[in-house]
Design a protein around this ligand. Structure first.
Ligand code: HEM
Length: 218
């Protein structure tokens, strides 16, 4: 059923409003607030970057599968892929044998399962794409500043947060226009919003696992 109010407010504004509490819950986990305040260390950030490797590998594999999809393909086409930057960061942070040292935490495995399912479901995929990449272009830029300020990290190790050649403000605007223009039914829009909420919860679970798992586990 199409609600008039829903049709008048674009999907970009709706998802933002309807996931505000989910965003806040992820942003205020102890791992994130401690990282931002300089209460952790480079090793803790490295453990986060290691989990990002698995998450973006699955996210970007899903993007490859949907590159020619008429709706999801436009989002994939922004070219925001992070995997090469994460691999370079992990090389800087852990050394040349980084790949054999890392493994997904159980919470990350749950996230990967969901990402694999989303690879054949465009609204769900765009939900995961939105949650991560728009977050990286927004709060991620504040995380980059905190990593430099609090832990003395330079470009090496923090490439994940750098988008060379990307006009961040313009991309975010265009991204929201594309969300508003997505030719989804009301049901598909609701599924998209629900999946964004799920994506926030999956990210939150990874932060909680990072805060409680032993350092050698990731
Ligand atoms: C250090 C923690 C975080 C901070 C300080 C932060 C901060 C922000 C800020 C200031 C914005 C608004 C930017 C704008 O309007 O241009 C934003 C947007 C966003 N953030 Fe975060 N954030 C954090 C963590 C996260 C996390 C963990 C996620 C998800 C994994 C996330 C996902 C998003 C998304 C999807 C948006 C875009 C909302 C929209 O405009 O539609 N953020 N964040």
């Amino acid at each position: 059923m199409v609600h008039v109010a829903d049709a008048e407010v674009g999907l970009a504004a709706r998802v933002r409003a309807l996931t505000r509490a989910d965003h806040e819950a992820a942003e205020t986990t102890s791992f994130v607030t401690d990282l931002m305040a300089g209460r952790l260390d480079v090793a803790a950030y490295t453990r986060l970057a290691s989990q990002h490797y698995f998450i973006y590998e699955a996210l970007e594999r899903g993007g490859d599968a949907l590159r020619t999809d008429p709706v999801a393909g436009d989002f994939v086409g922004f070219g925001l892929e992070r995997l090469p930057a994460i691999a370079a960061d992990l090389h800087d942070l852990r050394g040349p044998s980084w790949r054999s040292e890392i493994s997904p935490l159980p919470a990350t495995r749950d996230y990967l399962t969901r990402l694999a399912a989303a690879a054949s479901d465009p609204p769900a995929y765009v939900a995961h794409h939105y949650t991560r990449y728009l977050g990286d272009l927004s709060g991620g830029q504040l995380v980059r500043k905190a990593l430099r300020r609090e832990y003395g990290l330079a470009a090496d190790g923090t490439r994940f947060y750098e988008f060379p050649g990307v006009a961040i403000g313009a991309v975010k605007r265009r991204y929201r226009e594309l969300l508003d223009a997505a030719p989804w039914s009301a049901t598909e829009q609701d599924r998209f919003i629900d999946e964004v909420k799920r994506a926030f919860a999956l990210n939150r679970a990874v932060f909680e696992a990072l805060a409680t798992s032993p350092a050698e586990a990731a």
